[in-house]
Design a protein around this ligand. Structure first.
Ligand code: PEP
Ligand code: MN
Length: 241
């Protein structure tokens, strides 16, 4: 899965989708409803952003994923995207989990920054409680001991443990996990080596101008270099990406 943190414009999404497609990704990401720490930060293009994401995905024959933050917006977001993302901050927003579960839509649940693995799996149970089993788990970094050099701490222990104690596919998001683009390739390769079933990467045509998370976003050229390396790691452990 690859794409920018936020959907910003049609041009940006067209370039991001081309980059994702060329590198061999299967899912295009882009946030339209953004959970920002500050109310003064860019909040996302909302429905207009979902339209842009859907169009860019169609043009490049990619599935799409976007975050839904509110239970009453589940039908709207589900009408535009293939996979609903529940963000780390909402991992235990139980009314949201119930609505997303009821939608029957494929979904990806991100682990809360301070959630134990049992809390994470119980949150996934809320999704599945309404007979919806199409759940992806996503490790995206936990609360760090030290923020001097990295944004979060990617808990790669989670990958093999979750694979053992749950039947659900495990996605790892090294972009949010480490928060610094030059460290993302190493952590992405480590994620594959740890047994992740998929990787989510933030990719922006021009990270320096990104409206959110530019510091952790790869350029299309960097993604192009990384993908064969990820495939080589996967092949070394008998997997394919
Ligand atoms: C995101 O995917 O852009 C995002 C906000 O992620 P998280 O919920 O993991 O912080
Ligand atoms: Mn982001």
């Amino acid at each position: 899965m690859a794409g920018p943190c936020s959907v910003e414009s049609s041009d940006q999404m067209r370039l991001a989708a081309e980059a994702a497609r060329t590198a061999g990704a299967s899912v295009l990401r882009g946030g339209a409803f953004k959970p920002r720490t500050s109310p003064y930060s860019f909040q996302g293009l909302q429905e207009a952003g979902l339209k842009i994401l859907q169009q860019a995905g169609r043009e490049q024959n990619l599935l799409t994923i976007s975050e839904v933050m509110q239970h009453d917006l589940v039908p709207l977001v589900a009408s535009y995207v293939d996979i609903l993302q529940i963000g780390a901050r909402n991992m235990q927003n139980f009314p949201l989990l119930v609505e997303v579960g009821k939608s029957g839509h494929p979904m990806m649940l991100k682990r809360g920054p301070s959630a134990t693995l049992d809390e994470f799996l119980l949150a996934a149970e809320y999704l599945m409680h309404h007979s919806n089993a199409k759940v992806l788990l996503c490790e995206r970094g936990v609360q760090p001991l030290d923020r001097s050099y990295t944004r979060n701490t990617l808990d790669l222990n989670a990958a093999p443990v979750l694979k053992e104690i749950s039947h659900l596919p495990v996605i790892v998001d090294p972009s949010h996990g480490v928060g610094v683009s030059r460290y993302v390739p190493a952590m992405a390769m480590a994620s594959v080596a740890a047994g992740a079933d998929g990787i989510m990467l933030e990719v922006h045509p021009n990270p320096r101008e990104a409206m959110s998370d530019g510091a952790q976003s790869l350029t299309p050229a960097q993604l192009q270099v990384l993908m064969p390396q990820l495939r080589a790691v996967a092949a070394a452990i008998g997997r394919s990406l």
